[in-house]
Write a protein that binds this ligand. Structure first.
Ligand SMILES: [Zn+2]
Length: 438
């Protein structure tokens, strides 16, 4: 008689850090922080988190010993552009010139299915190699670019939110759709991809200037017809952009109001930037349940402005953190969090490592209504997990060695680490990627 082997789980040993709730804005000791040094994270054969324990687990788990390393939930990047890896680090422009000079030409190439497929695979592998296991992604206006992204994410077992970009004006030839065709493409993509495995569809309005009122109305109708759909767009990033929107939509109260009056703001709406908002806009975000993706490296690089995170917290809407590559200068969430710290410091505020890391993990998951799937080490969640070196190189190692308090240690890690610190990424308990850089 043969006995079939019991499916084995996976156990990861290391310093486990996640959050049980939202920490305070600046508190350096906070009960929301769950730090469990030298513990085992247990992952069942189904790829879900089975528990955390101090004792070494039995033979039903394959053991990976990462003692002395930091283990975090995989990062969630709530705003990033797949085709813009090709224009990251482009010199000398603000938003509107940057789009015309660098970004639109790069996006034109994605009409070619071969380019779209290769680009999607390259992009998702790059995310995983930076410790990002979930993303809310813009492909391009081309239906094939969204298809390629969904297909590549499905192959990798990743949680991904994306949708074909809507833009029917103020864009070059080859990057415009029209309302009827765009609607057909969205409906077809929703039918075939939304809710499949770990994929969700986002109605994706590039930004108000590149959609006619008729297209915005169509996008709003899609959202109203199915509350499980996401919506992603940009809002109030740059002052010239805000002035342009005021000219294009003279009856709207504000830039945000262009979206609000079409029904595009709802609990699954992710709006990038939100720098130039007023108090009434903030109340609207809170009342609709929409969230803002704070994109600090992009905001600094393009000279867009300084996002007021404390005002957002005061108003009560959710803020997540995003790379916005290629306006942003790195897919590394740590680098973006450090830039986020600097942006807040310019406004006279200090962002704790806890508030920052929560926003990139559990906070983003909950804001995306995915808190029952990702974002923490709660039992039953899918094991999207990353193992990190605490310190690489003599400067970071010396700094780590003298850190006394936990926040000091974690803040120094957040400030001095990047994708080179990544040891392993796991997606639903399966090893996803090794770092591509040494
Ligand atoms: Zn963007």
């Amino acid at each position: 008689m043969t006995v079939s082997p019991t499916p084995q789980g996976l156990a990861l040993r290391g310093d486990l850090l996640d959050f049980g709730a939202q920490p305070g804005w600046a508190a350096l000791e906070d009960p929301a922080v769950r730090y469990r040094p030298d513990h085992w994270l247990l992952i069942g054969p189904d790829g879900r988190i089975a528990g955390v324990q101090k004792e070494e687990p039995g033979p039903e788990y394959r053991r990976e010993d990462h003692a002395g390393k930091l283990i975090l939930p995989g990062f969630i990047d709530t705003h990033v552009h797949c085709p813009q890896l090709d224009v990251i680090g482009s010199y000398g422009t603000e938003l509107l010139d940057w789009l015309n000079k660098y970004t639109f030409p790069a996006e034109c190439r994605y009409a070619d299915p071969a380019v779209a497929r290769a680009g999607a695979g390259h992009f998702l592998d790059a995310l995983l190699a930076h410790g990002t296991t979930t993303a809310v992604v813009f492909p391009t206006v081309h239906k094939v670019s969204a298809e390629a992204l969904f297909e590549a994410a499905r192959q990798r077992g990743m949680r991904l939110i994306a949708g074909k970009v809507l833009m029917d004006r103020h864009a070059p030839d080859g990057l415009r759709d029209d309302v009827a065709q765009a609607e057909r493409d969205c409906i077809d993509l929703i039918d075939r991809w939304h809710g499949v495995d770990r994929l969700s569809y986002a109605v994706t309005v590039r930004f108000a200037p590149t959609s006619t009122p008729a297209q915005l109305a169509m996008a709003g109708a899609l959202c109203k017809a199915d509350a499980s759909l996401y919506m992603q767009t940009h809002v109030a990033e740059n002052r010239s952009e805000v002035e342009w929107v005021a000219q294009l939509f003279p009856t709207a109260r504000s830039y945000l109001d262009v979206y609000a009056r079409e029904g595009l703001l709802h609990p699954r709406a992710v709006l990038a930037h939100g720098i130039w908002l007023d108090a009434q806009d903030r109340r609207t975000l809170t009342n609709t349940g929409a969230q803002v993706a704070f994109c600090p490296s992009s905001n600094l690089f393009l000279g867009s402005g300084l996002f007021d995170w404390p005002a957002a917290r005061g108003a009560g809407f959710a803020v997540s953190v995003a790379s916005d590559v290629g306006g942003g200068t790195s897919l590394s969430i740590q680098r973006n969090l450090l830039d986020g710290y600097k942006v807040q410091a310019m406004g006279g505020h200090r962002l704790s490592a806890w508030a920052a890391l929560h926003a990139a993990t559990r906070g983003a998951a909950e804001a995306l209504q995915l808190g029952d799937e990702i974002g923490s080490f709660d039992t039953g969640l899918l094991a999207d997990v990353c193992v990190w070196d605490w310190a690489r190189g003599p400067v970071a190692q010396a700094r780590h060695a003298v850190a006394r308090e936990l926040h000091e240690k974690v803040f120094a890690w957040m400030s001095l680490s990047d994708e080179r610190n990544l040891v392993r990424s796991f997606v639903a308990g399966r090893s996803a990627a090794l770092p591509t850089v040494g």
